[in-house]
Write a protein of this length. Structure first.
Length: 101
């Protein structure tokens, strides 16, 4: 009994793998307007992050100041109001940054 080697037919996946090995990579050209918008968005997010970092430092200072106050209502109210105002402003910055896509 003689064994004969059968040639294996190339399947579609073999042909595809052969092509992908020799194919040149495709490059995508992104329109200048899209890139400009992308960089503006990056700058806007960066500005929001910077503002949030500054606000975080101010919040820490206000918090420290609140612990130092003597506890009279006259001293607590301005600190509390400043704290609330800064938190609201910072939250708006964070929301703005999150909406950028």
């Amino acid at each position: 009994a003689k064994k004969t080697k059968k040639k294996r037919k190339k399947s579609k996946s073999d042909a595809h793998s052969n092509q992908s090995a020799t194919a040149t990579p495709q490059t995508t050209v992104i329109p200048k307007e899209d890139m400009d918008r992308f960089y503006r968005d990056i700058a806007a997010v960066g500005a929001c992050i910077d503002a949030i970092q500054v606000a975080t430092g101010l919040l820490a200072e206000i918090n420290d100041e609140a612990f130092v106050t003597t506890g009279t209502k006259g001293e607590q109210h301005p600190v509390s109001q400043e704290f609330t105002s800064l938190i609201a402003k910072t939250n708006k910055q964070a929301i703005t940054a999150k909406k950028i896509r």
